[in-house]
Design a protein around this ligand. Structure first.
Ligand code: ADP
Length: 426
């Protein structure tokens, strides 16, 4: 109606002119009207063309009549389009944030192994550069032969475990998942920690088996000898039984240390805290040390720390006792051993200083590892299980304390348990 109305009115005017004047006048009038209409439309079309070159909401042209409708429809369309664009951008940002937070690396590969997209963790795992490596062939960027072989397999049920190409100590588990016809998701996760735990578990089982095998072999040997030679002299029999008892004691202390360790490591074992009388504790430790030393060492004791300590009496006795027993076992006859309970800095500290064989600096960080010994034969000969300091470390952790070691080869060592959790002012 709005388009044809002006033309209809003009046509009626032309008919009136025809009746009143002449056909020529009517025709001229009509041509003039049509030219004006065309000029107006051409102007609006030009404005539309100009605007379309940079279609922004705020620059949309204004017009009258039918063109007002056209432009306002366009205005609505552009507004809706902008809104959808903003919603999609927000959604995309959301997905990007979610994929960045994924604990796994994810990359999309096309049918010819070119990378279409990857998240930041995938970039870390495969040393990919965001932007630059999009649409690159992944086999040019990750060149480990096992990876390339895995990529060309058709069955991906088993993940591939491989080392990071640049960081040799990082272990990755890689899995491919086919989707959308010929695309593939490359999922990677860092399993370094898991691998480390698995290696530790394997080493631990191997160590325990090895530790038990030696005394078992000795006992077995004696049992077989006794069976084969029933008329062995009394003295020889006694000697064999004495050695067997030594070996079974060794197995017993190993098993009991293992049980202590596993109880301490278990999160289900709560710490029964009590107020421990430290004067009594140090007196007991001194007596135990002297008994173990059997007069081979000079003992001294200093006591200036707090009279009571919050903690578990039995666990603390076991930790302190281990340090004293080590001092006795690793100090040659005639050496000196000094026990002390004092405040160092702000922290109550128990220390055992000896004038023994000492430990080379390179071994110090590893002393608290299970079964780590500087000198295996010396440890065994003195009845060591290699678990003592591991137990000390665990007990220290349960009491918010830490173990500090100062040592010099041939001069002696000081093992300190620093109770920073019970520092003055805490
Ligand atoms: P072990 O049963 O072998 O003594 P520990 O865990 O108690 O096991 O100690 C680990 C290692 O630390 C020992 O094998 C020994 O080499 C070293 N060590 C511990 N205490 C001392 C010490 N006082 N002097 C020298 N070396 C020590």
């Amino acid at each position: 109606m709005r388009v044809s109305l002006p033309v209809l009115v003009s046509a009626m005017g032309a008919v009136l002119l025809w009746i009143v004047f002449s056909a020529t006048a009517a025709l001229l009038f009509m041509v003039l009207v049509l030219l004006m209409v065309m000029a107006y439309r051409a102007q609006q079309v030009y404005k539309l063309g100009q605007w379309l070159q940079d279609a922004r909401l705020e620059t949309i042209p204004e017009a009258d009549g039918i063109w007002d409708d056209v432009f306002s429809q366009l205005y609505k369309m552009v507004k809706k389009h902008n809104q959808t664009k903003q919603e999609l951008a927000a959604e995309l940002h959301h997905i990007e944030q979610a994929t960045a937070a994924l604990p796994e690396g994810v990359a999309i590969l096309n049918e010819v192994n070119r990378i279409e997209w990857f998240n930041p963790l995938s970039a870390q795992h495969f040393c990919l550069k965001p932007g630059q490596d999009i649409l690159q062939d992944i086999t040019y960027l990750v060149r480990q032969p096992e990876f390339i072989e895995y990529l060309h397999k058709s069955n991906f049920t088993e993940p591939l475990v491989m080392r990071h190409s640049r960081h040799d100590d990082m272990v990755l588990s890689i899995k491919l998942v086919a989707y959308g016809g010929d695309k593939r998701l490359l999922i990677s996760s860092d399993i370094t920690q898991l691998e480390r735990i698995e290696t530790m578990r394997r080493d631990f089982v191997a160590n325990v088996s090895h530790e038990l095998r030696t005394p078992l072999t000795v006992v077995n040997g004696f049992v077989e000898t006794l069976q084969d030679m029933p008329d062995l002299s009394h003295d020889k029999m006694q000697h064999a039984l004495h050695l067997m008892a030594g070996q079974t004691r060794r197995m017993d202390s190993l098993v009991s240390d293992l049980l202590t360790l596993s109880r301490l490591e278990s999160s289900q074992t709560p710490l029964h805290v009590e107020s421990v009388d430290m004067r009594k504790m140090l007196d007991e430790l001194l007596q135990d040390g002297k008994l173990l030393s059997a007069g081979r060492h000079q003992f001294s004791m200093a006591f200036s720390g707090p009279g009571n300590l919050s903690g578990n009496r039995d666990e603390l006795h076991s930790a302190f006792g281990n340090l004293v027993s080590n001092a006795v076992r690793y100090t040659p006859d005639g050496g000196a051993i000094a026990l002390a309970w004092e405040v160092r800095g702000e922290c109550p500290t128990f220390s055992v200083q000896d004038s023994g064989i000492g430990v080379e600096a390179e071994h110090l960080p590893r002393l608290t590892e299970r079964f780590y010994r500087v000198d295996l034969s010396r440890s065994r000969a003195t009845g060591g299980t290699g678990l003592g300091l591991a137990i000390v470390k665990h007990i220290a952790m349960r009491h918010q304390a830490h173990l500090e070691i100062v040592s010099a080869v041939g001069k002696g060592s000081t093992f300190m348990l620093v109770f920073e959790g019970q520092a003055a002012g805490q």
